[in-house]
Design a protein around this ligand. Structure first.
Ligand code: ADP
Ligand code: GN1
Ligand code: MG
Length: 369
């Protein structure tokens, strides 16, 4: 997708009523999927108001109407609950701004789909965190799971079928290796072998979900640290964002996604693998916060399998990055050559590190369960 010009953005913003004049637009955030812009509006009383404009990635999300329907219903549901318990619904969950003609997303003349959210001010989305911030992010994601625990899951559209179906991701990876469209497989033999060695573990959690031994719930499915906002004033976990993938799933994959991204000692795309390991302090902080807010909804087997959730999600993500590298980087946005390979390598390094720390991980989970 080509970058939209400022003129195009200005023109589509005329379809929204911001109660003031748009005075500044800039690219915002570090997401791998959508294009995000911050919109500054000058209000008649001299103040400014902020909005988030997003172009929805329609290669990844093919049914935008269903996706937006999911988000609109889930946020409305959470807003009622947050208000009922005396919270601030406008800060503790996302709020969509409909266009002037009442649509929750609009499609422009190039066929791109866009949406606008209220910008949540005085809050930060982190790329890395200390134990305290990470603990707060865990509390927010655990709370999100609790808030949606009685949401009627069957009314949600499964936006990306088999999103966290690790065996299906494994098959896609094998296909990419066999096709080797760009002739890159030979240079990543070691990474391919690492994944092949773990093929029989890929179904460790999906088999239990299929058998009904683990609960299928409404989950977020993309619980990276930068998908939660921390309140600048109170330091507390405030709002879970990036709701595109909210659909039925497993809490273990949500927990695991947070660990693989936020408990790493380095960035997801760190090229120097000697800097990458899983910090046990961060692992402990997240486990503490997640079980504090979500623990009462989790049966014993689910808690026991939290280390496996961390490993499985890290393995799956490594597999997805490597698949995308082999296929020519068509899914995850890259900003430099080899970035998806670097991302894959950090994930595999983390898997190996988790394997070496397995019993410590289990002890920590048991301590907070
Ligand atoms: P992507 O799917 O591409 O990751 P996100 O929805 O996560 O897109 O948005 C990208 C970034 O924009 C977030 O990490 C966060 O920094 C910022 N952001 C998104 N929505 C809001 C909001 N309502 N208020 C403040 N910041 C936001
Ligand atoms: C993508 O949208 P973003 O950047 O929060 C991806 C996740 C991956 C993540 C890896 C819809 O998340 O599944 O785990 O990148 N989202 C989608 O960083 O595929
Ligand atoms: Mg995001």
């Amino acid at each position: 997708m080509t970058q939209p010009t400022p003129e195009r953005i200005e023109s589509l913003l005329t379809r929204y009523d911001f109660n003031g004049a748009v005075c500044h637009i800039d690219a915002f955030g570090n997401g791998h999927i959508n294009d995000t812009f911050r919109i500054v509006v000058a209000m008649p009383d001299g103040t400014t108001s902020l909005w988030i404009l997003q172009r929805i990635n329609t290669v990844v999300f093919q049914d935008v109407a269903a996706l937006m329907n999911n988000i609109s219903s889930v946020t409305a549901f959470m807003q009622k609950k947050i208000a009922a318990r005396g919270g601030d619904p406008l800060r503790e969950t996302l709020t969509l701004l409909p266009s002037t003609d009442g649509h929750i997303f609009i499609t422009d003349e190039c066929g791109d789909s866009w949406r606008v959210y209220r910008f949540i001010e005085n809050a930060t989305s982190f790329q890395s965190a200390d134990s305290n911030i990470f603990y707060e992010s865990a509390r927010a994601f655990g709370n999100f799971l609790q808030l949606l625990s009685d949401y009627p899951a069957q009314t949600l559209t499964e936006i990306i079928p088999h999103f966290h179906d690790t065996p299906a991701r494994f098959r896609a990876f094998i296909r990419a290796v066999k096709e080797d469209k760009l002739g890159r497989a030979a240079s990543v033999r070691r990474e391919i072998e690492f994944l092949l060695d773990r093929e029989n573990e890929a179904a460790a959690l999906t088999a239990l979900l299929d058998e009904g031994k683990l609960p299928l719930r409404v989950t977020h499915n993309d619980t990276k640290l930068n998908n939660v906002l921390i309140d600048d004033r109170t330091g507390r976990g405030l709002c879970v964002i990036d709701l595109d993938t909210v659909m039925p799933g497993s809490a273990l994959y949500d927990y695991g996604d947070s660990i693989r991204f936020g408990a790493s000692t380095a960035a997801e795309d760190e090229p120097d693998l000697s800097r990458v390991e899983m910090s046990m302090d961060l692992f402990e902080a997240y486990t503490d916060g997640y079980l504090e807010t979500a623990g009462s909804a989790m049966p014993p087997l689910e808690k026991e399998l939290m280390p496996m959730g961390a490993k499985m999600m890290t393995l799956e993500c490594g597999m997805r990055f490597l698949t995308d590298y082999l296929e020519g980087d068509h899914y995850f946005k890259i900003h430099r050559e080899g970035q998806n390979l670097d991302r894959a390598r950090t994930q595999l390094k983390l898997v190996a590190d988790m394997e070496s720390k397995w019993s410590d991980m289990q002890h920590i989970v048991a301590r907070f369960s």
